[in-house]
Structure formats: C-alpha cells, structure tokens
Design a protein around this ligand. Structure first.
Ligand SMILES: *[C@@H]1O[C@H](CO)[C@@H](O)[C@H](O)[C@H]1NC(C)=O
Ligand SMILES: *[C@@H]1O[C@H](CO)[C@@H](O)[C@H](O)[C@H]1NC(C)=O
Ligand SMILES: *[C@@H]1O[C@H](CO)[C@@H](O)[C@H](O)[C@H]1NC(C)=O
Ligand SMILES: *[C@@H]1O[C@H](CO)[C@@H](O)[C@H](O)[C@H]1NC(C)=O
Ligand SMILES: *[C@@H]1O[C@H](CO)[C@@H](O)[C@H](O)[C@H]1NC(C)=O
Length: 598
C-alpha cells in the first residue's frame, strides 16, 4: 500500500530534490556560456584542474582514519526490521464448528502492548483510557498503579520509579517478548484519535521511508566477519518531535547535530525557524512522552535512561538523557559519513546547497570506544503518529474532510505556503477502516451486556458517518491527522480539546459498544486459536492490567469521572439505568467474589 498520507509535504520534498538537480543543470549550462570569453575559459580550466586534483588527493588521503562502525558498533538486539514484522492481525484460516483444532496453537505474530505509567487514577488518565478503549487499543498495562512512594519522596524519586517501572515491565514480564511491539505513553495528557492498525501501519511506513534514505546516505557495513552486509544505520523506534530543544542543552549534539526537520523551510511562513517565541520552529528535537517500537529496542533505550537518571539526580533526567542519546547517535553517524566523504565533495555540495552534513559546530561529546551510541532513534516530524501541543496549539483544526469548501481554504487561513485542498489520507478511507460507529452484529437470542438501550446506545448511522464525516484533529501545516495527541503545555485547553474530539458526544455509547464484547462461538474460537487476532495474548476487554498482573475493570479506575468523560447527564458508568446493585462476579470455582448474589 502506498504511503500517501500526509502526502503534500512528502511530494514537496521530492519536488525540492528535483529542483535541486535542475538547479545544478542550470549551473552547468551557465558555466558553459561563460566559457566563450577566452580569459574566463583559462581560469575555468585552471579551477577545473585544481578541482580534479583535489578530488584525487583527498580521496586517497581519506579512508585511512579510524573506523567508527567498529569503534562505536551500531549493533541491535536483533537484526530483523521492525517495519517488516507482521503485527497487524490478518484474518487467517477460520475454523468451523465441526473442525478439530490443531493441538500446538501459539500466537504466531508479535503482540502489541500499551504501557502507561500511572500511580493513581485521575481525570486525564481516564480520558486517555476511554479514548484508547473506544478505538480498540490493547488493554493497557498501568505501571506502578496504586503504589505510593515512601514518605518524603520528591519529584526526582517519582521519575526514577516511573523509568524503573517501564524498564522492568519490558525486561521481566514473561509474556512480553523482544520482537513484540510496544507503545509507551509516559504521561497522562494524551488523547487517542485513530485506531491502532492505522498507527502501526504509519509507524512501519515511516520506518520504510526513512530507512531507504539512511541506506542511501550511509550505506552498508559487513558484520559477522564479513559474512553479511547490513545497513549501517537504521531507524527502529519513534518518538515525538518538539519545536524546542531542552534549553539547558543548547550546545549539545542533541540540540545542534540532530537532523533538520523534513518539513519545507517555509512551512510556517517566512519567519519559519526564526520567531523568538518558537511557535514557528519546525519540529525537530526529541520529546519524551510517547514512544513506539519493538520491545528489544526500547528496552535498550530505557536501560540507558535508567542508568542516567540513577547517576544524575535531575527531575528532567529522562528528557536530558534522551536528548543526549539522540545527539550522540547522530554525531557518530556524522563522523562515519565524513570519513567516507571527501573535503571537496563536502565543499562543493555545501556551495550549491545540497550538503548532507549534520551541524557539529561547537559540539564535542565525550565518546568512549566500544560503547553503543546507535539506538535507531527517530522522531515524527510530520506528526503522523504523535502530535505534541507544545508551541503548536494554533497549528490544528478539527476538520470534516467531506466539507470541501472548508478543507480547500483552511491552509490559506493558516498562512501555509503552496496551499492545496486537504484530502482524507488513504489509510482512513472506507476500504481501509470501517466507520467507528458501526455496531457489531449479534445473534437474535444472544445475551449481551450491557443490554441495548436506545437512549444510551444511540450512535449516528455508520453509512454516512465514516472517517470522512467526523471532525478530525488535523495539523494544518503538515496536513497530517495524528494518531495520538499529547496535550503538552496548556492545561486550560484540555477540556476544550476533549469536547472537540470525534467521539463526542458519543463517548459513552462507544465505550458501551466496546465493552459489549462478542460472546459465543466467535469469542471461544478466538480464545482457542490463541488470540491470534487479539493484540495481546491475554485478551481482556473493558479494563486494564497492572504491572503486578491484576485486572481492574474500567469502573474501578474511572468511576466518578463521568462528567469529565461524557458530560451527558446519564450518571455513573454501569449504573445508567438507575440500578445500584452491583453485578455479581464469580471466580473460576463459582464462588462469589464481588457484588450481591441474585
Ligand atoms: C457440521 O456437521 C453437521 C453434521 O455432519 C452438518 O449438518 C453441518 O452442516 C456441519 N456444519 C458446518 C458448519 O460445516
Ligand atoms: C550550527 O550550530 C551552531 C551552534 O548551534 C549555530 O550557531 C550555526 O548557525 C549552525 N549552523 C548551521 C549551518 O545551521
Ligand atoms: C463546511 O464548512 C463551512 C466553513 O467552515 C461551513 O460554513 C459549512 O456549514 C460547512 N458545510 C457543511 C456541509 O458542513
Ligand atoms: C444519514 O442516513 C440516515 C438514514 O439513512 C438519515 O436519516 C440521515 O439524515 C443521514 N444523515 C446525513 C448527515 O446525511
Ligand atoms: C435506557 O436508559 C435510560 C437513561 O438512563 C433510562 O431512563 C431508561 O429506563 C432505559 N431504558 C430501558 C428500556 O432500560
């Protein structure tokens, strides 16, 4: 499937490249014309001779220097590419009632885990959980839930506890494997906007695109004693991009050397990257909060973070460490690139403005030989997956894509250069994902819980309410609809933005729809097949796991926040119809463990 989402800017990049080659053409033609004058021709010949001599001299002199690939090995936990993993469940062979099941069933595809550090319940946590459930994300695992820190603990201790909790989950949970995928949402002010399939596909497409570029830029190296060739540097995990770098690190490689944004240099008008307030900067720097990747890769990163926060008692230790790690990764890549380039090529390319060099001015990180600096870290410049609100709150609109008069004018209203009509990305088209309002089908006599109620379960008609018809938070400057929104920065906007998300005012009905999991043969089959089409081996719906392996129902965490979540006047979750008797819950031996016996 072609990666056409967010296409305008991608196209722009291609366009830009072709412009550059055309520019080179002109350059050459212009030189030819000038050659007519004799003295000039002589000069050009002299310069040309010098040019070729330099190339030869420098070519032979470079390459003898140290080998950065072996000095700072770019090794990864394992070598298969995350972009090729079959994570999205494909409907495989369906068994019918008469079949006997094979007896060696195992979940063949990697699982997808959602990890959220949260010590206690809160309105923000419940908004995030509600949006994740409505979109059918795997049941999240809450890290450190219900744990209080010892008396006298400070903010720094909370940070260490959080990082430790995430690391331990990745490292020591038996059902979490290195090739599984994990989305870590470290912080509570997040809203999910798009389904998990779309998020994962975008992540994998982005890796594919970036890795093709990295292959072109850095090439291959041989490993296992020359037996195999592998791509020198690859993109494997994705973080959010921010419009500002951590201020205390302004002369670190993490602020200076990291790649420039993939957005066009005038994405925010002629003051792009120059406005003192920073809101016109193109997102370029790494921002902790959200990360997606394979467990093995993120585990290595979190081990580093943990090591760092243990040593530096800094309340923003994770931010500091991540910025430095990203910086050093890019610095080492740049050393390696320069080693394989030559002075004249560099000079010539920078003269005509197509230099590939990363900025290392005034940066001299302390590097230790043999240490790993390569973590496959990349950031999401276009906010296809992660959008960070910091300095970006006026970059968004909630757009209904079928409204052509709106989508064709909105970029102009925001002063986007070369504006054009925004189109619904193909990964949200009706062929790719169904309407989020479609109700699952149930048999006539099938028992469903909670039972259908016209008032509570009313949803718009799924036929004329596809992704094309619902208001989607759109980053107007990059033309992308992010999968996950981080409300980083302005707490005053949280209520307003929540009320504008597409699931309002149907959040309660959508959540009831999610909880009303199919029972009967389908569910049984699914379980027998090892949950192949579940995200997570453990299955489960309508609740969360804790890192201690407990299952908590949605109500246990979020009851009491209904006004903040639904604002519909139907009262307590699970007691909408006025009944106050709790559903009885039995354990596997049939003993009542909760609620009243009927
Ligand atoms: C299962 O077997 C019965 C009896 O042989 C048959 O009538 C029925 O159609 C079969 N069901 C399916 C789904 O194949
Ligand atoms: C490189 O970084 C330095 C220090 O941050 C900055 O002053 C300089 O303008 C940068 N150079 C380029 C070409 O961006
Ligand atoms: C489309 O958007 C315009 C401008 O915001 C609005 O005035 C109009 O009512 C919208 N049309 C529909 C059909 O929603
Ligand atoms: C959607 O379809 C339903 C039933 O077909 C109709 O009653 C309703 O007016 C339609 N809504 C819109 C916005 O077209
Ligand atoms: C449906 O829910 C409404 C609102 O809570 C309630 O008043 C009504 O009695 C319910 N209807 C049925 C049939 O349970």
């Amino acid at each position: 499937m072609a990666a056409t989402w967010g296409s305008p800017n991608r196209l722009w990049t291609d366009h830009y490249n072709s412009l550059q080659s055309t520019a080179m053409g002109f350059y050459q033609q212009a030189s030819y014309r000038r050659l007519r004058a004799r003295p000039t021709r002589a000069l050009f010949l002299a310069v040309g001779t010098f040019f070729f001599l330099s190339v030869f001299i420098l070519r032979s002199s470079s390459g003898s220097s140290e080998n950065h690939v072996s000095k700072y090995p770019p090794y990864h936990t394992f070598h298969d590419s995350p972009e090729d993993a079959q994570i999205i469940p494909t409907p495989g062979h369906l068994f019918n009632l008469n079949d006997t099941l094979p007896n060696n069933l195992q979940k063949a595809n990697p699982s997808f885990h959602l990890v959220i550090p949260a010590r206690k319940k809160s309105r923000s946590l419940c908004r995030m959980l509600t949006s994740a459930m409505i979109l059918n994300y795997p049941p999240p695992t809450l890290i450190s839930y219900g744990r209080s820190l010892p008396e006298g603990s400070r903010e720094y201790d909370a940070l260490v506890d959080r990082i430790t909790g995430i690391y331990n989950f990745l490292e020591y949970t038996p059902h979490v494997h290195d090739d599984d995928f994990v989305l870590i949402v470290d912080g509570q002010d997040f809203f999910f906007q798009l389904p998990p399939e779309v998020m994962i596909q975008r992540f994998q497409n982005l890796l594919r695109e970036n890795n093709a570029k990295l292959l072109k830029k850095y090439g291959l190296y041989s490993r296992r004693g020359g037996e195999q060739e592998a791509q020198k540097y690859a993109h494997r995990v994705l973080f959010a991009a921010s419009k500002e770098c951590l201020p205390s690190l302004s002369s670190d490689a993490g602020c200076v050397t990291v790649p420039s944004s993939s957005l066009p240099p005038d994405a925010y008008g002629w003051k792009t990257d120059h406005h003192p307030q920073g809101h016109l900067n193109r997102p370029r720097w790494i921002k902790p909060g959200a990360a997606i990747g394979q467990v093995g890769d993120l585990k290595a990163i979190y081990a580093e973070l943990l090591h760092f926060v243990d040593q530096h008692r800094n309340v923003r230790g994770d931010y500091l460490a991540l910025t430095q790690m990203f910086g050093r990764q890019e610095y080492v890549r740049e050393l390696e690139r320069r080693k394989n380039s030559n002075f004249f090529k560099e000079l010539f390319y920078s003269m005509i403005g197509i230099s590939e060099a990363s900025n290392t001015t005034g940066v001299a990180p302390h590097l230790e030989s043999g240490r790993r600096y390569e973590y496959g870290i990349g950031v999401d410049y276009q906010s296809d997956v992660f959008f960070n609100m910091l300095n970006s709150k006026s970059d968004v609109e909630w757009l209904k894509y079928y409204n052509v008069s709106k989508t064709s004018s909105v970029q102009m209203e925001h002063g986007v250069p070369r504006e054009h009509r925004l189109l619904l990305p193909t990964d949200l088209s009706a062929e790719q994902v169904g309407s989020p309002f479609a109700q699952p089908k149930f048999g006539k006599d099938e028992w469903v819980s909670p039972a259908f109620n016209k008032t509570l379960d009313g949803l718009p008609n799924a036929k004329n309410h596809t992704w094309n018809h619902i208001p989607l938070l759109t980053n107007v400057h990059t033309a992308s609809i992010p999968a996950l929104v981080h409300l980083d920065g302005d707490p005053a906007l949280r209520d307003k933005w929540w009320s504008k998300m597409w699931y309002q005012p149907y959040a309660r009905a959508l959540l009831r729809k999610y909880v009303r999991s199919p029972t009967g043969f389908d569910a049984a089959q699914s379980a027998m097949l090892g949950g192949q089409e579940w995200w997570d081996l453990r299955g489960g719906k309508g609740g969360v796991w804790t890192d201690k392996g407990e299952w908590l129902g949605y109500a246990e965490v979020c009851i009491g926040y209904e006004r903040d979540l639904f604002n519909d006047g139907f009262g307590s979750w699970g007691h909408e119809e006025g009944g106050d008797d709790e559903e009885p819950v039995y354990n596997q031996f049939g003993n009542l463990i909760k609620g009243k016996e009927n």
